[in-house]
Design a protein around this ligand. Structure first.
Ligand SMILES: Cc1cc2nc3c(=O)[nH]c(=O)nc-3n(C[C@H](O)[C@H](O)[C@H](O)COP(=O)(O)OP(=O)(O)OC[C@H]3O[C@@H](n4cnc5c(N)ncnc54)[C@H](O)[C@@H]3O)c2cc1C
Ligand code: SF4
Length: 326
């Protein structure tokens, strides 16, 4: 590992100044960034440690939902009563991610800003469309875990378990750069290589994710998060399906969001329309299964993700129909 300096800002304004001045990455739990530094994928002169900034940890409940500080650990989020009671899909997806040790170190802000897992991207010897070069090694190479949707420019998958669930709840990502604050709907925060091959999220240099707001109006007891992965733990999803049914008690306000099959979480309003059209029975499962692969362009080794999605959505419908109104 190349030696680096650590800047320790006391405020977001200071953190923005440090990063703007020399393009130094922010660090939170370090479970993603330090691995990339150790592997010489990034070699910063300085890293900017966010952990001493006050007011960025913890979960607060308000009339309009909950606000989760970006430095709150994944474990704290997954086990908090207001999350397990009111936003259970978020708790479930986190408990499916990584390992207990990592969930105790990693923060929710770092989770949604983590870099994709493409093995070419994470090897210092490969240059491609995503890191300033051109072309995509995965298209003709090893692409078993890559994207089957929106994979023309770059076939990375969004690695964050949390991201598709935030899209399903229509969460707002609260950001600060210098003294300026703004909020971005989760659906717009995660971007595709078509929009910008170099970025995965809509952050400008110097901008920090300070918190995540989950609106009360989108809570529902009828939910499902299903994922498939190769190993039982210590592994990322190969595909996931998040389903929220009758959000906020509004009949027909459903969300279906696919994870780990495209560079950003993929909301499927065509599947949401099918869900609106009838009851949660076997006929409905069949219709959803027929449609879920539409628009996919599997590469040489990842066509298995389409039948995998069919199995996950079938399980999702059964999970929801088995849950009581509560
Ligand atoms: C073995 C293993 C298995 C894993 N499995 C999964 C899995 O199944 N699902 C899953 O979702 N993840 C998985 N992960 C990834 C893990 O969840 C992430 O590494 C972690 O969430 C990152 O959080 P962190 O706080 O450690 O981020 P850091 O490593 O500190 O930062 C990650 C990135 O985010 C940026 N960043 C951090 N915080 C902020 C902020 N507040 N504002 C702006 N930018 C910020 C940093 O600059 C950096 O680029 C796994 C990791 C390992 C090692
Ligand atoms: S999938 Fe994206 S990151 Fe991986 S080699 Fe292709 S262009 Fe590069």
């Amino acid at each position: 590992m190349k030696p680096f300096k650590v800047a320790i800002p006391k405020s977001v304004e200071q953190a923005s100044r440090f990063q703007k001045s020399d393009d130094s990455p922010f660090i939170a739990g370090g479970t993603d960034l330090l691995a990339r530094i150790k592997e010489y994928v990034v070699q910063p002169e300085t890293i900017v440690d966010l952990k001493r900034i006050e007011g960025m940890t913890g979960i607060t409940s308000t009339d309009d939902g909950i606000r989760i500080g970006a430095l709150t650990t994944m474990n704290e989020v997954a086990t908090d009563g207001s999350v397990t009671d009111d936003y259970p899909a978020l708790s479930e997806t986190i408990m499916n991610a990584a390992t207990p040790q990592i969930r105790n170190m990693a923060t929710i802000g770092g989770n949604i800003c983590q870099k994709p897992r493409c093995w070419y991207l994470r090897h210092e010897g490969y240059s491609c469309a995503k890191n300033g070069g051109s072309g995509c090694w995965a298209r003709e190479g090893e692409n078993e875990f890559h994207a089957i949707f929106d994979n023309q420019v770059c076939a990375v998958t969004s690695p964050s378990n949390v991201a598709p669930v935030l899209v399903a709840y229509s969460a707002l990502i609260e950001i600060q750069g210098g003294e300026e604050k703004r909020e971005i709907p989760a659906e717009d925060f995660f971007i595709t290589p078509d929009q910008d091959p170099g970025r995965e999220v809509l952050l400008e240099p110097g901008e920090v994710v300070i918190s995540i707001h989950l609106p009360a109006k989108n809570r529902t007891k009828k939910w499902s998060y299903t994922e498939a992965r190769e190993k039982q733990s210590f592994d990322w999803a190969q595909a996931s399906v998040t389903m929220l049914y009758d959000r906020g008690g509004r009949k027909g306000d459903h969300r279906v969001v696919l994870g780990a099959v495209s560079p950003a979480p993929l909301r499927r309003d065509d599947l949401e329309k099918i869900l609106k059209s009838g009851s949660l029975d076997d006929a409905m499962i069949k219709k959803l299964q027929m449609k879920i692969g539409d628009g996919s362009h599997p590469l040489s080794q990842n066509g298995y993700k389409v039948p995998m999605l069919r199995g996950l959505i079938a399980q999702g419908v059964r999970n929801i129909s088995g849950r009581k109104e509560g």
